[in-house]
Design a protein around this ligand. Structure first.
Ligand code: BGP
Length: 471
């Protein structure tokens, strides 16, 4: 796309996205319970890049006042993080008063700095004692999450306007249960879908609790609730066969439409459930579930966008673990890759998703809730004043995505804002600090000191002027 002089609407908001477990640190403070990341770090620290485990965060738990001032100084108006379930509740599911006090102080500091905090409730971080009881497959754990959500709404309902139930609910089923990448490293398609179903019920119960508490005035009247997912626009080869298109349908169905139907229609896509059933995979549906899922409709949606899904018809029906296979990766010869992360860079995907929303889910407002580029040798080049010079890759990446957003808005997309992922470098799960996303450097060898990178000036220009021309 040409670098035309494009402008984003005046009320389009700019902000930062991060999460509690990736920033707070203080992993044992306030009586915080052990979560799955702490467990995996303790079991095998070598699985984490440079042996930096879940304890790290980026020191934001101690530096939040300074960090909110930095974000504000860049012209950002909002910031999404997550409450950590393991910090807010004790092992009996009761409010942990010390943990709650931490978040009250944190939210107050953000308000003081002129930053609105968007609060997400779950970011891949289950307390391990609940995982040991069966995790999302156990209805008691689903109920425990609903209790957690209800407690958070009751505690912070007057302070927070924008709530989200889950970040990327597709990721744990895939990473932990299907692809075997994250602890406990399983390869079971059917189990992954049971987990996905448990999460769908948990989301819906939380939305139900939110509505009930809002009707009672416990949650403020202007508050909204949503879901955030990494929707991947699906593509296949040119001149596809019917089997290639079938691979697209199931990829889209399992990863995108599953959640889009849940949050707009209050049900799961029947064609996907039917195809799964034909291959012997059914969900543990109970009487009353339909009514629970019907509560899952949200006020708006967050769209995390990093890469598209390129798929084709699978060459095998079943994989080496006996799982049904519905698609396989299609390697597009023209793909531009972020080699540090192994993810394709395809800014037009954001526009294609926007057009799908405009066509198929036209009633729903949404925003880009994560987008960003993580680079391994980010600190390789420095300007004379010692700043990381990331301008050659970070500015074009963000500008190209924003240009496609501007075009989509011109064509009717209800995209309300943009949150860049990891404006301040933060801990990236088992990649730890390998790939840096930030406009603000975190210097691990100097006690997590913050330093603006060279591209930060450009971000400030765009966030304050809404113009995508050269800074
Ligand atoms: C998203 C997650 C974030 C963040 C980001 C970057 O999927 O919601 O938590 O980590 O991806 O990915 P990574 O950290 O794996 O490079």
């Amino acid at each position: 796309m040409s670098s035309a002089n494009l402008t984003l609407p005046n009320d389009f908001f700019f902000g930062a996205a991060m999460s509690g477990p990736q920033t707070e640190g203080m992993y044992k403070a306030h009586g915080k319970l052990e979560n799955l990341w702490d467990t995996w770090s303790d079991l095998d620290i070598r699985a984490f890049y440079n042996r930096v485990g879940s304890y790290a965060g980026n020191d934001m738990g101690a530096r939040y006042a300074e960090d909110f001032a930095l974000l504000r100084d860049l012209g950002l108006s909002s910031f999404r993080t997550s409450i950590q379930w393991s910090r807010l509740l004790d092992v009996d599911g009761k409010l942990n008063v010390e943990g709650a006090a931490f978040y009250h102080d944190y939210f107050a500091a953000a308000r003081e700095a002129g930053i609105e905090v968007f609060v997400n409730l779950y970011h891949f971080d289950m307390p391990v004692y609940l995982f040991r009881r069966g995790g999302w497959e156990n209805r008691e754990v689903v109920e425990a999450y609903a209790n957690y959500a209800r407690t958070a709404f009751a505690e912070f309902g007057q302070e927070i306007e924008h709530w989200f139930t889950f970040n990327e609910p597709i990721v744990e089923p895939e990473q932990r249960y299907e692809h075997g990448n994250w602890y406990p490293f399983l390869h079971d398609f059917a189990q992954a879908r049971r987990v996905q179903y448990g999460i769908s019920l948990a989301h819906s119960l939380a939305v139900g609790a939110f509505r009930e508490l809002q009707a009672k005035g416990v949650v403020r009247a202007d508050a909204q609730i949503g879901l955030i997912n990494c929707f991947t626009p699906p593509y296949t080869r040119e001149d596809p066969t019917p089997a290639d298109l079938e691979a697209v349908r199931m990829t889209d169905g399992l990863g995108n439409r599953w959640w889009l139907d849940l949050v707009t229609k209050g049900r799961l896509p029947q064609d996907v459930l039917d195809t799964m059933a034909e291959r012997g995979v059914t969900l543990p549906v109970r009487a009353g579930d339909e009514a629970i899922l019907a509560q899952g409709k949200v006020d708006w949606l967050g769209f995390n966008y990093y890469q598209p899904a390129r798929v084709q018809a699978p060459s095998h029906d079943v994989d080496e673990w006996g799982n049904p296979v519905f698609s396989e990766r299609y390697v597009w010869p023209d793909a531009v890759m972020n080699k540090s992360r192994g993810w394709e860079i395809y800014p037009k995907g954001i526009y294609d998703f926007a057009m799908t929303m405009t066509r198929d889910y036209s009633d729903l407002d949404w925003f880009v809730s994560e987008n960003g580029i993580g680079i391994m040798e980010d600190k390789a080049v420095r300007t004379e004043d010692g700043r990381i010079d990331d301008t050659a890759y970070r500015i074009p990446f963000v500008r190209d995505h924003l240009q496609w957003i501007a075009k989509a808005i011109d064509e009717g997309a209800r995209c309300r804002g943009y949150h860049y992922w990891g404006v301040i470098d933060c801990w990236s799960w088992n990649n730890a600090y390998k790939n840096r996303y930030g406009f603000i450097e975190v210097d691990l060898s100097h006690n997590y000191e913050r330093r603006l990178k060279a591209s930060a000036e450009w971000l400030r220009h765009v966030a304050t002027t809404h113009c995508l021309d050269e800074a």
